[in-house]
Design a protein. Structure first.
Length: 278
């Protein structure tokens, strides 16, 4: 157990808890901070796998399989927790989906709807339903995990960037509305070595090497998230690539986006080719 911090031994609702950042964050919060995690995801087998991996601490990880993009899912969850007399202290909206790098003209409506629903509306619904409940805690907190794409939009990420930018603006506004009553954090990780990148489909070895080079190890990303929570940071940009994108956008604006797009276009990396194809 680390030195005491404000969220030690708290009860945390965590979405996207079955893999990637969410899974590692759940395990770390349980092992290092004594938290009780209410893990939310769709894949029951993976959720059960997290519980198994925790071994003797598995009892501190309970889970619900539900669609976070449906308002009624959150209404049902709140009703069940209330009925059981469980007071959650912290809500972490981590669930997310990254559409394939592609031109906006190649997306169909279902691609757009899925990204907006999971990346943005899931947090809207969770906070609409759960925020009054969370604020009944003596140490309430809500952390929304966005992306560096919220700060700098690159070619091929139009829908993803829009969904994460919406989440950032939404979170920043609510923080001021409840300042002093509830901790509200918005963290923007850069590329992270998780399945969300591997799910981009078959990636050539050269492209994979590029992605691995610019991506942060998942355990290091979780370290930064926990440190930011500990310090009650309002906003954090996490990862060297994310900080570079953020600063480049601040300094050069649209010119920086143009430069990045040209590098992607000329790189020959197969992952980026569909973006610029007719």
């Amino acid at each position: 157990m680390s030195a005491y911090c404000w969220f030690d031994y708290s009860t945390v609702i965590l979405t996207g808890a079955s893999s990637g950042i969410g899974k590692d964050l759940a395990i770390r919060l349980i092992r290092d901070h004594g938290c009780n995690i209410i893990g939310i995801a769709r894949n029951v087998e993976r959720l059960e796998g997290v519980k198994t991996e925790l071994g003797a601490l598995g009892h501190k990880f309970t889970y619900y399989s539900m669609d976070v993009s449906k308002k009624e899912s959150w209404e049902t969850l709140k009703a069940e927790l209330t009925e059981k007399g469980i007071q959650a202290d912290i809500l972490i909206n981590n669930a997310g989906v990254l559409p394939k790098f592609d031109s906006f003209l190649h997306y169909n409506h279902s691609d757009i709807e899925k990204a907006m629903n999971i990346n943005f509306y899931s947090a809207v619904y969770s906070m609409e339903i759960m925020m009054p409940y969370i604020m009944q805690s003596e140490r309430p907190g809500i952390l929304n995990i966005a992306s560096s794409a919220a700060l700098c939009s690159l070619a091929g990420t139009s829908v993803y960037s829009a969904s994460k930018a919406a989440l950032k603006s939404f979170t920043d506004a609510i923080r001021e509305e409840v300042r002093g009553k509830c901790y509200i954090g918005l963290f923007c990780p850069g590329f992270t070595k998780t399945s969300i990148l591997r799910d981009q489909g078959e990636v050539a070895s050269g492209a994979q090497k590029v992605m691995d080079f610019i991506s942060t190890d998942c355990d290091k990303m979780v370290d930064m998230i926990i440190k930011g929570m500990w310090q009650k940071k309002s906003n954090r940009v996490l990862g060297a690539d994310a900080k570079m994108m953020c600063e480049g956008n601040k300094i050069a604006g649209a010119k920086f986006n143009f430069i990045c797009s040209q590098v992607m276009r000329l790189s020959g990396v197969s992952l980026f080719k569909p973006i610029f194809e007719d």
